[in-house]
Design a protein around this ligand. Structure first.
Ligand code: IMP
Ligand code: MG
Length: 178
């Protein structure tokens, strides 16, 4: 049986670059003078973060948080655990969560609840992709790159069983796993 492979390209590298440049301008404008902490969600968010910060023209810090909610499948398990926590206190800081894709919203809802307990000065979300999902948790996304259909995607940091993160574009996953 053949393995799932990247199929139809939903966002080309050029389209992603245009989106990330826009998001960088918005963040630079809104956070001017505030020295925000950008929190990237490992592992999928690192490619997006790396490109985004090079489009941000104001001083800021970066931190990483790793949570687990998917167990090597294309369906959300609905369970979230912190695997790697932040290295600093975020009390009083302006925090911007940098996420690759919002699917059910379960992961972000948990992270937002957890980080709010640490009393940040503000807490907002920047997501590259959001799926059009009917029962998505009502997460307010301050900065949104692009909306995509409710389909499993890979590339630009996003994986299927740890594969395909390196692709410079975002593509639908084709094959038997779907
Ligand atoms: P949610 O909790 O259902 O919103 O899922 C969020 C996380 O699941 C994302 O941060 C991704 O790491 C992962 N994920 C969700 N959809 C996809 C996808 O289509 N491709 C790859 N990873 C995904
Ligand atoms: Mg993620």
């Amino acid at each position: 049986m053949s393995q799932p492979t990247p199929g139809k390209v939903l966002l080309s590298a050029d389209q992603i670059a245009t989106i990330v440049a826009r998001l960088g301008r918005e963040v630079s404008h809104d956070y001017n003078g505030r020295h925000p902490v950008l929190i990237s969600l490992l592992k999928g968010g690192v490619v997006f973060l790396a490109d985004l910060i090079r489009q941000i023209s104001i001083p800021h810090h970066i931190e990483f948080l790793q949570v687990s909610s998917y167990n090597g499948s294309t369906q959300s398990s609905g369970r979230v655990r912190i695997l790697t926590d932040l290295g600093v206190s975020i009390e009083g800081r302006d925090v911007l969560i940098v996420e690759d894709v919002i699917d059910t919203g379960t992961t972000l809802a948990y992270i937002v609840d957890t980080l709010r307990l640490r009393n940040p000065g503000s807490l907002e979300i920047c997501a590259l992709l959001r799926k059009r999902v009917s029962n998505q948790a009502g997460i307010p996304v301050r900065y949104l790159g692009h909306e995509i259909p409710d389909t499993f995607v890979v590339g630009y940091g996003l994986d299927y069983n740890e594969n395909f993160r390196h692709l410079p574009f975002v593509a639908e996953l084709d094959g038997p796993a779907r």
